[in-house]
Design a protein around this ligand. Structure first.
Ligand code: LER
Ligand code: MN
Length: 270
């Protein structure tokens, strides 16, 4: 398993669960110094990632790009893939497509988290899942052009009412036309929704493409009450070889959260 740490460049996300903030060069420098394999970027727009400067930074620091978030589509533009309005859904898809292109350039998948939206009065659950499937089929095939999957993230009940567990995520992905969408298992959301986090991960065998590695209180590994040993054992048992990516609060500060994460990953995976 490989290590990654998040860098947010989205003003509207300030205070959210990201380790490094607002300065890509500084975040990458510290990630490299600490020995992370990769960074996960949360950009305000695709152009912020899809440029030669980012290519140079990654090369200089010998870092990979683990994944790129699309949440700014929601935070900045209020776009979701389940909006009742056809034009709004199209704008949501266009935003995600541009992020897929940006990550694809560096061999990194895009993440669909908050842009999945939720069902409500004007769009019932069946219709919302149909809209989501249509988008995931189209965007999953687009990601395949870069040889990367598209990551779909089940969220906890307070952030979506569509898919909240890994097992439901697997059933849902199985009925898509594309086989190029994988699940993002975020241990914070799983701590809220799963009966047992390790068993939830085992239910995702073959379908998990990325892990947000974070403790129960959304702080760095070791800072909450999550028992990580069975979780890492479960990931090993399903031969997961992707990233353990620190999507956690910069608590008590960015440097400490990053250091606690890399130390935790090293201890747990040795
Ligand atoms: C994004 O990865 C995530 O976990 C969400 O909680 C953000 O809304
Ligand atoms: Mn997450």
């Amino acid at each position: 398993m490989k290590s990654a740490v998040t860098i947010s460049l989205v003003r509207e996300a300030t205070g959210g669960p990201f380790v490094f903030w607002h300065d890509l060069a500084a975040g990458m420098r510290e990630a490299a110094q600490l020995g992370f394999d990769a960074v996960e970027i949360f950009p305000p727009a695709a152009e912020v990632v899809n440029n030669d400067e980012v290519a140079a930074l990654l090369a200089d620091h010998k870092l990979k790009l683990a994944a790129v978030g699309t949440g700014a589509g929601w935070l900045k533009h209020r776009l979701t893939l389940t909006n009742p309005d056809t034009d709004a859904r199209q704008r949501a898809k266009d935003f995600i497509r541009s992020i897929i292109d940006a990550g694809g350039r560096f061999g990194a998948p895009a993440i669909i988290g908050s842009m999945q939206g939720r069902w409500a009065d004007s769009v019932d659950r069946t219709m919302a899942l149909e809209f989501l499937s249509e988008a995931l089929n189209e965007l999953g095939e687009h990601a395949a052009k870069y040889g990367v999957p598209l990551l779909y993230e089940p969220l906890n009940r307070y952030e979506t009412n569509l898919i909240t567990t890994i097992a439901d995520g697997v059933s849902y992905l199985k009925q898509l036309k594309t086989s190029n969408v994988k699940l993002l298992a975020d241990l914070f959301h799983m701590n809220i929704e799963e009966v047992n986090v390790a068993e939830g991960l085992k239910a995702g065998a073959g379908f998990i493409g990325h892990v947000h590695f974070v403790d129960s209180n959304r702080r760095a590994v070791g800072s909450g009450h999550t028992d990580f040993a069975p979780i890492v054992a479960a990931l090993k048992s399903i031969n997961y070889s992707g990233y353990l990516s620190a999507e956690c609060f910069a608590y008590p500060d960015s440097s400490t959260a990053a250091r606690l994460t890399i130390e935790g990953i090293r201890k747990l995976t040795k």
